[in-house]
Ligand binder design. Structure first.
Ligand SMILES: Cc1cc2nc3c(=O)[nH]c(=O)nc-3n(C[C@H](O)[C@H](O)[C@H](O)COP(=O)(O)OP(=O)(O)OC[C@H]3O[C@@H](n4cnc5c(N)ncnc54)[C@H](O)[C@@H]3O)c2cc1C
Length: 592
C-alpha cells in the first residue's frame, strides 16, 4: 500500500511535487461535479440573493432541498445510506463552487453537509445512520450543529447544558442553551452536546420536534444575513437514549473531529468566495474610467489585482494539497469495516494541523481579498447595490467560527508540540541538529532562475529558521511555553507561511514538469512574488522571537545566524505583479 505523508511532516521533509495533488489534476468526473455546482449557484441561488438576504420564509431550506434533488448534498455520505461516498477533493470542489457569491446559501449548505451531518457519518451507529443519513442526503432533513453556549465559546468543553437519565432509563433529559446556531430556524435535527450528570461531556442527536426543544429569536447579524442564527433551548428536552452519538463521556472526540473537517471545508468555501470577489473587482476595474482610462491600467490597481490572484492561488494550492493527502490516507480504509466512520475521522485527524493552517490562512486571505475588491470599487463598493458590499460583510465571520483564528493558531503549535513529544513527528531531533549546525548553516543558492531553484532554497531555509526559533523557545520556556501566546502566535504564523509557500511552489513546479514552461509562467511569477514577501515576514517573526526570548551573546549569535540564513536578493516584484495582473485582466477572472 502506498505510503502516506504524515501530518505536519512538511516542516521537516523535502516533498517532491509528484507527491502532492494539484487542481490541474481534477478528473473529468470532478470537473462535472464542479460544473453542476456552479450551474446550481448561478441558476438557482444568485437570482434570488436579495430574497435570501431578507430571510424570505422557506426560501433557504427550499434551496437546500433542491440541491439535494440534484445530488449536491450527499457527497460525504456512504452509498449504503443513499450517498455518493465521494473523495474529499470532490467534496471540497462542491464546497468551493457552491460558495461562489452566495454567502448565506453557503452557510446553510456547509453546516448541513459538514458539521451538521459528519458527526453522524463518523460516529453514528448503523441504526442511527439508517434512520438519518438517507434523509440528510436528499435534504428531507436539514441539520445543524449546536456546540457553542453563552458561557462556552472557545472554551467549548465548559458547557453548562446537562443531561440526566430519566427514571425509566429510556431518555436523557437535557437542560441548557446553545448560542449562535446556524440553520437553527429551519433545521430538523441538531447534533449537540451536554454533560451527563453534569460531568460526562456527551454528544446527542436531537430532533427539532422532540419535546422540550425551542428556539429564540433570529440574531441580527453583520453579514450572512440570509442565514439563520438562533439560540436553541432545551427545557427538560426528552432525548431517547438511542440518540447518544458515540459514547457517553466521549463527546469531545465527536466535537473535535467534526471541527477538523469543518476547518478543512471552510478553506474551500473561502476559496470560492475569493474567486468571486476577484472576478467582480477585475470586471469593475476594466469598465470604470477615471483620468481618461480604465482604472485597471493604473499600477496601484494592478498591484491589488495581482496580489488578490496570488493569494487565491496560494490558498487553492494549500486546500487541494490537503484534500489530496486526506484522500490518500482514506484509501487505506476498508469501506466495509464495522468502524469505518471512526477510521475516517482518525484519518482526517492526521491532517488536523494542515486543517487549522488552511482555516486561518484562507479566512484571513478572503478578508484581505474582499477588502481590496471593495477598495477597487471606490465609493460604489460601499453601496448596498454592489455585490462586494455584501461580500465584505459576509467574509468576516470566517475568522471567528470553527474555532477563532487565535484558537487555531494556538492549536497548530499545541498539536505540533504533542506530536513531537509522542515521537509521532521527529521535530525535536531535527531542531537539535540544526541548533548544533547553527554557525555553519547558510543558503547555497542566491540568484533567481526559471526553475524556481531560489524559491525552493528559500522555503528550505524558512523551515530551518522556524525550527531554530521553535527550538530556542522550547529551550527557554520548557513546559511553560503554552503561557507565551505571543511567541506561539508568531511561530504559528511561520508554520502557516511555510505551508503556503511550499504548496504554491510545489504546484507551480508540478505544472512546469507536466505541462511545460508556458503553461506554468503565471504560476511561477506568483510563486516568486509570494515567496519573496512571505520569506521577509518569516525573517521578521524570527527576529521578534529571538529578541523576546534571548539576550546578550546568545541573542547576538542567533541574530547573526539569522542574517546569514536570510541573505537572498529580492526579486523584482513590480514587474512580476504587472505581468500577473495583465494576465488576470485579460482573462477577466482568476486565471486557472
Ligand atoms: C453567525 C454565527 C454563526 C455561528 N454558528 C455556529 C454554529 O452553527 N454552531 C456552533 O456551535 N457555534 C456557532 N457559532 C459560534 C462560534 O463558533 C463562536 O462564536 C466562536 O467559537 C467563538 O466563541 P465566542 O463568540 O464565545 O468568543 P470567545 O470564546 O469569548 O472569544 C472572544 C475572543 O477571545 C479570544 N480567546 C478566547 N480564548 C482565548 C485563549 N485561550 N487565548 C487567546 N485568545 C482567546 C477569541 O479568539 C476571541 O477573539 C456561530 C457564531 C456566529 C457569530
Amino acid at each position: 500500500m502506498e505510503e502516506f505523508i504524515k501530518g505536519g511532516a512538511f516542516l521537516i521533509e523535502s516533498i517532491s511535487p509528484e507527491k502532492i495533488f494539484t487542481p490541474e489534476e481534477f478528473s473529468e468526473e470532478q470537473r462535472l461535479i464542479a460544473q453542476a455546482a456552479t450551474e446550481f449557484v448561478t441558476g438557482e441561488v444568485q437570482p434570488v440573493m436579495e430574497e435570501i438576504e431578507a430571510q424570505k420564509e422557506g426560501l433557504l431550506p427550499s434551496l437546500v432541498k433542491k440541491a439535494g434533488e440534484l445530488g449536491l448534498l450527499s457527497g460525504d455520505i456512504e452509498e449504503e445510506y443513499g450517498g455518493q461516498g465521494l473523495d474529499k477533493v470532490s467534496a471540497l470542489l462542491l464546497m468551493e463552487k457552491l460558495s461562489q457569491g452566495g454567502g448565506s446559501f453557503m452557510v446553510a449548505y456547509a453546516v448541513h453537509t459538514g458539521i451538521g451531518s459528519l458527526p453522524i457519518i463518523f460516529f453514528g451507529n448503523k441504526e442511527q445512520k439508517r434512520r438519518y443519513l438517507p434523509k440528510i442526503a436528499t435534504g428531507e432533513m436539514i441539520t445543524a450543529y449546536a456546540l457553542t453556549e453563552p458561557e462556552a465559546g472557545s472554551d467549548a468543553l465548559n458547557a453548562k447544558t446537562i443531561a440526566t437519565l430519566s427514571p425509566d432509563g429510556k431518555y436523557y433529559i437535557l437542560n441548557g442553551q446553545k448560542q449562535f446556531i446556524s440553520n437553527a430556524g429551519f433545521a430538523d435535527l441538531f447534533v449537540t452536546y451536554a454533560k451527563v450528570d453534569g460531568e460526562k461531556f456527551t454528544s446527542f442527536i436531537v430532533e427539532r420536534n422532540f419535546e422540550g426543544v425551542s428556539l429564540d429569536e433570529e440574531e441580527n447579524k453583520m453579514g450572512m444575513k440570509g442565514s439563520s442564527t438562533r439560540s436553541v433551548i432545551f427545557t427538560d428536552a426528552k432525548v431517547p437514549v438511542e440518540n447518544v452519538l458515540g459514547e457517553v463521556g466521549k463527546g469531545h472526540i465527536v466535537a473535535f473531529n467534526t471541527l477538523n473537517i469543518g476547518r478543512f471545508k471552510l478553506g474551500g468555501g473561502c476559496l470560492g468566495s475569493s474567486k468571486s470577489a476577484l472576478q467582480d473587482a477585475v470586471s469593475y476595474a476594466k469598465q470604470r474610467v477615471q483620468f481618461g482610462k480604465p482604472i485597471a491600467e493604473f499600477g496601484l490597481i494592478k498591484h491589488k489585482i495581482a496580489e488578490m490572484a496570488i493569494r487565491t492561488f496560494t490558498m487553492e494550492s494549500m486546500v487541494y494539497r490537503t484534500a489530496g493527502m486526506i484522500d490518500q490516507i482514506l484509501k487505506r480504509i476498508d469501506p466495509h469495516a464495522e468502524d469505518v466512520g471512526m477510521q475516517m475521522a482518525n484519518g482526517i485527524e492526521e491532517y488536523a494541523i494542515e486543517d487549522s493552517i488552511n482555516k486561518v490562512y484562507s479566512s484571513e486571505m478572503l478578508d484581505f481579498i474582499v477588502d481590496e475588491a471593495l477598495q477597487i470599487h471606490g465609493g460604489y463598493g460601499y453601496i448596498h447595490d454592489y455585490a462586494i458590499e455584501r461580500g465584505y460583510r459576509d467574509s468576516r465571520i470566517n475568522r471567528i467560527w470553527e474555532g477563532t483564528n487565535e484558537i487555531n493558531r494556538l492549536l497548530i503549535m499545541d498539536m505540533l508540540t504533542k506530536r513531537a513529544m509522542k515521537n509521532r513527528l521527529p521535530l525535536l531531533p531535527v531542531a537539535q541538529r540544526l541548533a548544533g549546525e547553527l554557525l555553519s548553516l547558510r543558503p547555497t543558492v542566491d540568484s533567481d532562475d526559471e526553475a524556481l531553484t531560489l524559491q525552493k532554497e528559500m522555503v528550505e531555509m524558512a523551515k530551518k529558521i522556524t525550527l531554530l526559533a521553535a527550538g530556542a523557545a522550547v529551550q527557554r520556556y520548557m513546559m511553560k511555553l503554552a503561557e507565551e501566546q505571543e511567541i506561539l502566535g508568531w511561530l504559528s504564523d511561520m508554520v502557516i507561511e511555510i505551508f503556503a509557500m511550499e504548496s504554491a511552489l510545489l504546484r507551480a513546479k508540478k505544472t512546469m514538469d507536466r505541462f511545460g514552461d508556458e503553461r506554468a509562467e503565471i504560476q511561477k511569477a506568483m510563486v516568486k512574488v509570494y515567496v519573496n514577501d512571505a520569506f521577509n515576514r518569516i525573517e521578521n517573526f524570527a527576529k521578534q522571537i529571538f529578541s523576546a526570548i534571548s539576550e546578550g551573546d546568545t541573542l547576538r549569535t542567533q541574530l547573526s545566524a539569522l542574517k546569514k540564513l536570510t541573505r537572498f536578493n529580492p526579486v523584482n516584484t513590480v514587474s512580476l505583479r504587472r505581468q500577473i495582473a495583465n494576465h488576470v485582466i485579460k482573462v477577466g477572472r482568476y486565471p486557472f
